[in-house]
Design a protein around this ligand. Sequence first.
Ligand code: ASP
Length: 429
Amino acid sequence: MSLTARILIGMAAGFVLGSLIHAMGLDPDGFLRAFVVDGVLDVGGRIFIASLQLLVVPLVLVSLVCGASNLSDGAALGRLGGKTMALYLFTTASAISLALLVALIVQPGAGVDAETDVTFEPRPAPSFKQVILDIFPTNPVEAMAEGSMLQIIIFALLFGFAVARAGAAGVRIKSMFEDLNSVIMRLVTILIWLAPYGVFCLMATLFATMGWGEIGSLAAYFFTVVGVLLLHLTVVYPLLLVVLGRVSPRVFFLKMREPMLVAFSTSSSGATLPVTLETVRARLGVRNEVGSFTVPLGATINMDGTAIMQGVATVFIAQYYGIDLSLSQYLMVILTATLASVGTAGVPGVGLIMLTMVLQQVGLPVEGIMLIIGVDRLLDMMRTAVNVSGDGMVATVVGRSEDKLDLERFYDMNASIDNEDEKVPTSAA
Ligand code: ASP
């Protein structure tokens, strides 16, 4: 049975079991609740997420050192970085523009009478100066221990660049890193094999503790976000894949199923990164030089799905409080949300912090976030799947434009790490 089928079965079984437990209305202090939901299932889900996160730092470091050591010169890196950043910013800005447009037509906040007893304590966003300074590591070991993705990327790029210029020593080190890369990729495939059990536990825990009642008065908001997410996924990405990448969107999405399902279950682009990177390199055929840079960067700064939630939420909150925003304020929302997606790299629960920044920027009450928090967990799952497919899309398009997309592998539906020669191809040779 294919891995996708097994993951889907795990998700469905988790959903059914969780919903049954929820319907039984288990006593929150009871033994069954403590032993099954908060015990076995919660532990299983957390171990799955931990096992994915465990791979992130070694994977990014090793694959990016290999990638950078194959980039011929600084100009190649500059071009790669420029194209990737431009596409990430462009897709985020179009995602939020689309969300604003649809929300202004649908009017999800008009006439809503949402009651909430949730409190929301906005976490302070880092200053712009700090954001810039935080990208540059002072200590690579600390960067890795803290999992500071942008710092790890900078260190790996510099190191890989030096490897390429260090003569015989560089050749030896490069070969060692390429071997490590193959081993870590193998480790990723081993852990992905456990994904069906992991997603089963995550789904069961979530649906055992969460009801559908919250959607009630927020249905218009909820379904507007879902609609725009689908629109972005099925119109904007395919368009970019066809126009800029000249590849089949159908094949792309068929191959991206697994990272999208894992993203949906874990609600974390960061934890999904190992699955995304393996898919992009081994299944979509993006060369390591491009994939190892674009995917970790994307998992950190590219959040189209999150931007969509913010666009709809801004309009919803403005309408709820009966505040009219001007055109220049909407433009400000687009700008702030796009920059905030870069500025909040590595901050957990990033979506709501970014939303706080956007609301403050245009003078809307930050407490408005309390209104939508009830349905945020479900939306987080869906927008994370969109975030991750956006990373894969940009990697594919940039790979194609840099002539670093192996088309034969892209169209080979059986392509996987298993039918590869010993090593993941690290150069176009
Ligand atoms: N959960 C999202 C992600 O990791 C971010 C967010 O929307 O909060 O991609």
